[in-house]
Design a protein around this ligand. Structure first.
Ligand SMILES: O=C(O)c1ccccc1NCC(=O)[C@H](O)[C@H](O)COP(=O)(O)O
Length: 221
């Protein structure tokens, strides 16, 4: 599972820049209402442009499993990220695709989600749980930070599922977030952009370096 993911990539130049800066994964957004939404044709070109080292994660919001599966195959996605209100049963439906399940958890909503996770058979658990900020009217990409306090120090409820922290992460706060929450990985979209969907090379490189340092990883070559 990836440590550093840059989400909402909309150009080949940005994908190559992110690869060179040492990210483990990029997110390709298939949510039509996002300013970061891409086409299947573009996502397929990204698969050709990037080294296999970089995971290509397709992001979906409330799409039927058949469409997720079809786009994953057509665009050679490494994993899919379910970022809407998808039922947990969809993880097993998508098998053998690795699923990153996104949830906007707070201290109020975490207990009910933990109970849902506890009821899943081990074989139906997601490959990772991405925790994003809970902002009314936003599924993601809000630029707001998640409820770090709710997540810190309590990981028994995750049943060993790696947690990816998202929401309002930037080069300036990613080390603090990793120290506070101790996630397996981090994800950002708007925190490294000059405009929605346009990644800023300096902010992106700074974010990736700061995140790698926070995880004790060597700087990218
Ligand atoms: O980025 C979007 O526009 C988006 C829209 C709808 C659902 C998810 C979306 N992004 C998913 C991501 O993985 C983002 O990296 C995550 O939400 C954090 O975004 P940000 O706060 O801008 O870093």
């Amino acid at each position: 599972m990836f440590r550093v993911k840059i989400c909402g990539v909309t150009s080949i130049d940005d994908a190559e820049m992110i690869d060179a800066a040492g990210a483990d994964a990029i997110g390709l957004n298939f949510y039509p209402q996002s300013p970061r939404c891409v086409t299947a044709e573009f996502a397929s070109l990204v698969a050709e442009a990037l080294a296999d080292r970089v995971q290509r994660v397709g992001l979906f919001v409330n799409e039927p499993a058949d469409r997720v599966r079809e786009l994953a195959k057509r665009c050679r996605l490494s994993a899919v990220q379910l970022h809407g209100d998808e039922p947990l049963s969809m993880i097993a439906e998508l098998e053998p695709l690795p699923v990153v399940l996104a949830r906007r958890l707070t201290r109020e909503t975490l207990p009910a989600f933990a109970a849902e996770l506890a009821a899943l058979p081990a074989a139906a658990l997601p490959a990772a749980l991405l925790v994003d900020a809970a902002v009314p009217g936003h599924y993601g990409g809000s630029g707001q930070t998640a409820d770090w306090g709710a997540l810190a120090g309590h990981d028994h409820w995750r049943r060993g599922v790696p947690m990816i922290l998202a929401g309002g992460l930037r080069a300036e706060n990613v080390a603090q977030a990793v120290a506070a929450v101790r996630p397996h990985g981090v994800d950002t979209a708007s925190g490294v952009e000059s405009a929605p969907g346009v990644k800023d090379p300096a902010q992106t490189a700074d974010f990736i370096s700061a995140a790698r340092r926070a995880f004790g990883l060597a700087a990218a070559d």
